[in-house]
Write a protein that binds this ligand. Structure first.
Ligand SMILES: [Zn+2]
Ligand SMILES: [Zn+2]
Length: 749
């Protein structure tokens, strides 16, 4: 019998055709296998038992990086005079629905060759195979084949070509395969010496190095060298935001941070994210690496170059995005020279182009499962599958900060790599080019454009502009916190309704106030506001975000005498501004409540990166303390209001009574958790819902998250958390896509 088979999912660039080839030939079947724009197609012919076994093993024994979403097969008429099994040439026409895989850390087989002096790729920094290496960052177009990647200029030498064409070889059709004779070359400022050896020597001397990686340039320095790390901060204009550290293996990482099983799984996963971990007291890292932080971002090598470099330096290195301040990571060689020359002492670079810039991903384990905080290199562009198909293709433009966009079609939502804060021309260019690239790669022509309600977001303006030039597009505005909850639902493969608790910094509210401490009754279609933190003025608007002490003034007025003393010169003006409502928009933001608490405890009065005050307040909190301050919930007609000010007054009183700050910080956190618990109980009584979805950047605070989940579960709630997309604004685009995708088509006349 003969059957035609179609396999959909992540099946290109992952060794799927060679796998099918060896499976079929092993079973004595004839036929063919090939890539097309839909995925992999195959035809096999032979006795029924063997064909059945083939179909079984096709799913069961698929290569490690493949993700099969669907296998369909149908009987067709046998071919005449076919004697073997062949791999068919790729075709580049027709609709494109295939999936490109993410970049993948160097596999064990390649590492073995890398360290084998007898191997022809010994110490070759670009070694890869069908199971590992660059993918998304080098793909220009689909189907995924070498000519459509940035490896196109490198003509394979005869030995590499022989491996590439040999179905029995582990590099059979490995598109980026290469060797020292034919592949990319590493250079260190044109020096004739061994670039890796020389680079390691410079790092050991305390120099700062620009290192071209998978998704862009990094800046590297010896993580234990105080002067080098301090110089890196100064030159990069980055004051306190922590740097990540790369350790050469799990044992070296364990000397820096506490690693449990979930953390080890994340650290060694093929995506190799930066993992946020509890830092060891005796960790030998410079104070400037992660100032004032009990956490440390640790990652393991994910390219052969990293492996070689870390083996030579024999010590952990700081590895941070190559950029200045908040600009996106640089990825083109010329811009790297322009931007990083004042920062790096030397450039360790190569001649394989990066097509799409992608930052390192950031994740942390929470109660044994991963929580992604920045989803980028290693995860993107693999789609999330949603329970109900999108009726029409959607482009969701995302939020302003930590922007991602999302293209969705069928059951797939392609959330983009981390684009960054849409505040400068370079990030905006990254955003618009990224959207074009994704549209081309996945063949999605959006008919629905989703955007935030904030009229000043550049992502909103982009959406409005698109719709203005195309009458056929439906424009759907999605409220920020509804998008957060919808993202959390989609992350969990659910559709609601749930009690959605969205706690974050700021989001545009349809009532003209700034939302950010929201209890919603929500599903993927709509929401109603069930309750929120009591609104308070933000004196000076955006200035209050940069200067948390202003929030202490707004919440407590002159009662916050200790804060007032530190800001004598501006205090009267700021409290008056808040009292009279001049340039003081009202906000129910949970982030601002944490800011006020941080200022009150003398933790931080002004910030130099987003969320800094809350991060430092979390660090301060005593993990052994379990008492909680109480906050009243005012119910009445309409949404309830939870009095965040009660928590601050309690904190102030204890501060005045000289209770140690770590206890106050802990009791404040537990107070917020208790407030969430009380809010959810109120809404359960009103709406009969017992599932709670927690979203918004405030829940990156694991002290708060842990306390909240414990309380809610003790009350019998089923709690939905983020795992695959961030709870911060990086998840907004997914939520927008899910909501807008469900919206009825607008009638146009
Ligand atoms: Zn490999
Ligand atoms: Zn070669």
């Amino acid at each position: 019998m003969r059957v035609a088979i179609r396999v959909e999912g992540v099946v290109q660039g992952v060794g799927f055709r060679p796998f099918v080839y060896s499976l079929a030939t092993g079973l004595g079947l004839t036929g063919l296998v090939g890539n097309d724009t839909d995925g992999v197609f195959a035809e096999v012919e032979g006795p029924q038992a063997q064909v059945t076994e083939f179909l079984e093993r096709l799913r069961r024994d698929a290569p490690p990086l493949a993700r099969i979403e669907k296998v369909s097969s149908r009987a067709i008429s046998p071919a005449r005079s076919e004697k073997s099994f062949v791999i068919a040439a790729s075709e580049a026409t027709g609709p494109r629905r295939t999936l490109v895989s993410a970049d993948t850390a160097t596999c064990a087989d390649c590492l073995r060759e890398l360290s084998d002096p007898a191997d022809r790729r010994y110490c070759y920094p670009f070694i890869n195979c069908t199971n590992c290496g660059p993918r998304f960052t080098i793909v220009r177009d689909v189907p995924y084949d070498r000519p459509r990647t940035t490896m196109a200029p490198f003509a394979m030498c005869p030995p590499c070509a022989a491996e590439y064409h040999d179905p029995a070889d582990r590099r059979f059709h490995a598109q980026p395969t290469c060797c020292p004779a034919c592949g990319p070359r590493l250079t260190l400022d044109g020096d004739a010496r061994d670039p890796v050896e020389h680079a390691a020597e410079l790092l050991r001397q305390g120099k700062i190095l620009a290192v071209k990686g998978l998704g862009g340039y990094h800046l590297a320095a010896d993580a234990a060298a105080e002067e080098a790390v301090a110089a890196l901060r100064a030159r990069k204009h980055r004051e306190d935001k922590p740097f990540a550290v790369m350790a050469h293996d799990l044992a070296a990482a364990a000397a820096l941070a506490e690693i449990d099983e979930a953390a080890a799984v994340l650290l060694t996963s093929p995506a190799r994210p930066i993992v946020l971990l509890p830092r060891r007291d005796r960790a030998h890292v410079a104070t400037h690496t992660a100032p004032g932080n009990r956490q440390l971002g640790v990652m393991l090598p994910y390219t052969p170059l990293h492996h070689l470099l870390l083996a030579r330096t024999n010590r952990p290195i700081v590895l941070t995005s190559g950029n200045v301040s908040d600009e996106p990571i640089v990825y083109r060689d010329d811009e790297a020279r322009d931007t990083l020359t004042g920062i790096a002492d030397a450039f360790l670079t190569h001649d394989r182009a990066i097509h799409v810039r992608t930052d390192d991903s950031v994740a942390r384990p929470f109660r044994g499962r991963p929580m992604i905080q920045r989803r980028s290199r290693g995860y993107v562009p693999e789609p999330l599958t949603v329970p109900t198909s999108f009726p029409r293709p959607v482009l969701a433009c995302g939020a302003e900060l930590k922007n991602t966009f999302c293209l969705a079609q069928g059951k797939h939502a392609f959330v983009s790599h981390h684009v960054g804060d849409l505040e400068n021309a370079e990030t905006l260019r990254s955003f618009t080019e990224g959207i074009e690239h994704f549209r081309r790669l996945f063949g999605i022509e959006p008919r629905v454009i989703a955007h935030d309600l904030h009229p000043e977001y550049l992502s909103t303006k982009y959406a409005l502009d698109l719709a203005e030039h195309d009458d056929g597009l439906d424009l759907v505005g999605v409220q920020h916190h509804h998008a957060h909850i919808a993202a959390c639902l989609a992350d969990n493969g659910e559709e609601g309704p749930v009690i959605g608790v969205a706690f974050d910094g700021t989001g545009y509210g349809p009532d003209g106030t700034i939302w950010g401490g929201e209890f919603l009754i929500a599903d993927t279609h709509g929401y109603q506001r069930g309750g929120h933190l009591e609104p308070v003025p933000m004196p000076g608007g955006a200035a209050a975000i940069r200067q948390p002490w202003r929030m202490a003034a707004a919440y407590l007025g002159d009662a916050a005498a200790e804060v007032a003393r530190r800001h004598e010169d501006q205090w009267a003006a700021v409290t008056a501004m808040a009292a009279k409502g001049i340039n003081s928009p009202l906000t129910s933001s949970a982030g601002r409540l944490f800011d006020a608490a941080a200022a009150l405890l003398g933790v931080r009065d002004t910030i130099n990166y987003e969320g800094q005050a809350a991060v430092e307040l979390e660090q301060l909190a005593d993990p052994l303390e379990s008492a909680a301050y109480a906050a009243a919930i005012d119910t009445g007609p309409g949404p309830f209001q939870a009095r965040g000010s009660d928590l601050l007054h309690a904190a102030l009183q204890e501060r005045t009574s000289l209770v140690p700050a770590p206890l106050i910080a802990a009791r404040f956190h537990h107070g917020v958790a208790a407030l969430i618990e009380a809010g959810c109980l109120t809404l359960r009584d009103q709406h009969g819902l017992d599932a709670v979805a927690l979203s918004g950047g405030v829940f990156q605070n694991t002290f708060l998250l842990g306390a909240t989940v414990t309380r809610l579960e003790a009350r019998g709630f089923r709690v939905l958390l983020h795992s695959r997309v961030p709870c911060n604004d990086g998840g907004i685009s997914l939520g927008q896509a899910v909501v807008a995708g469900r919206a009825a088509p607008a009638s146009r006349s």
